[in-house]
Design a protein around this ligand. Structure first.
Ligand code: SF4
Length: 284
């Protein structure tokens, strides 16, 4: 479902769920979800979440893990952060590149004969582990239905990315977008953190995410060269032995289908931000 918020006329689109059994914040430890968590801690958004859940893809930049540790250090947020991990996407990419047997979670890399790979990563590394953790927090037994419960899940989507707002697939989970309710853009989130004396949150997303735009790649080359080198190495490894199992063509991390290490991001122009293409739970 796509929402257009050109004018502030969207009452009822996102609001607290009355009598929710559980309120959870989907924490990516980036700008938007960090601001949401801190605003809740300041009592500026409510009701207070019972918990935040961070789904670890295993391939976030180091500053995201450091920021997460600070958020969870005990005196920042009044609610716990549960960290869950279902897959390690870096190992998945590496294993597939090395021809290891088995099933690999597909990341939507660009294909030299056109198009992109299937995207399974968001669901398998983020959405499903968060849903499983919600079931655990509710005390729902494995295999049992959770349909009698009512869960409010906060997602950190700001007014500049409303196209990412999607309803939950499960009838018992209601997505809520408090930054939309507060009419806050990503810039407003950064300003809010500055105003309250908090450090600027990092940009969250997997190091090798193909939805990163040129500006974000450039930022990585300048501010996290070790992460960029990791992406360059994995990008090259994906093609070293020809097309991966079941693929007709070669895969690239960059939309231009050129090796990442050969691109001069200083002179590359624009390109849609990855956020436009990614499900709401990534990159916040
Ligand atoms: S950040 Fe990118 S690579 Fe990581 S799970 Fe989301 S879409 Fe996939």
């Amino acid at each position: 479902m796509t929402y257009q918020f050109k004018h502030p006329t969207w009452p009822g689109v996102s609001e607290p769920v009355e009598g929710a059994d559980l309120r959870v914040l989907s924490l990516g430890a980036g700008v938007q979800s960090t601001t949401l968590a801190l605003m809740a801690a300041h009592g500026e958004i409510g009701p207070m979440p019972d918990a935040a859940i961070f789904a670890d893809t295993g391939w976030e930049p180091e500053d995201v893990y450091e920021h997460l540790a600070w958020l969870g250090s005990g005196n920042v947020l009044p609610f716990p952060i549960y960290r869950v991990q279902a897959v390690d996407l870096r190992s998945q990419v590496q294993g597939r590149a090395e021809g290891v047997e088995g099933r690999f979670v597909s990341i939507p890399y660009f294909l030299d004969h056109g198009g992109m790979n299937r995207r399974q990563c968001t669901r398998e590394a983020k959405i499903d582990p968060i849903r499983r953790e919600v079931r655990r927090l509710l005390g729902v037994a494995k295999g049992a239905r959770a349909t009698g419960f009512s869960v409010e899940q906060w997602i950190g989507i700001s007014t500049d990315e409303t196209e990412r707002m999607k309803d939950a697939r499960e009838s018992w989970i209601t997505h809520r977008w408090p930054l939309i309710e507060a009419r806050m853009s990503r810039g407003d989130c950064l300003a809010w953190c500055r105003r309250h004396g908090y450090p600027e949150p990092p940009k969250s997303a997997c190091i090798g995410c193909p939805f990163r735009n040129n500006a974000r790649w450039l930022d990585m080359t300048r501010n996290d060269p070790a992460a960029f080198q990791d992406a360059v190495a994995l990008d090259a490894a994906m093609r070293r032995n020809g097309p991966a199992n079941g693929m007709r063509g070669l895969e690239y991390m960059h939309r231009s289908c050129r090796p990442l290490g050969e691109i001069d991001f200083e002179i590359e122009s624009g390109g849609a931000d990855f956020l436009d293409e990614c499900d709401g739970v990534c990159g916040t």
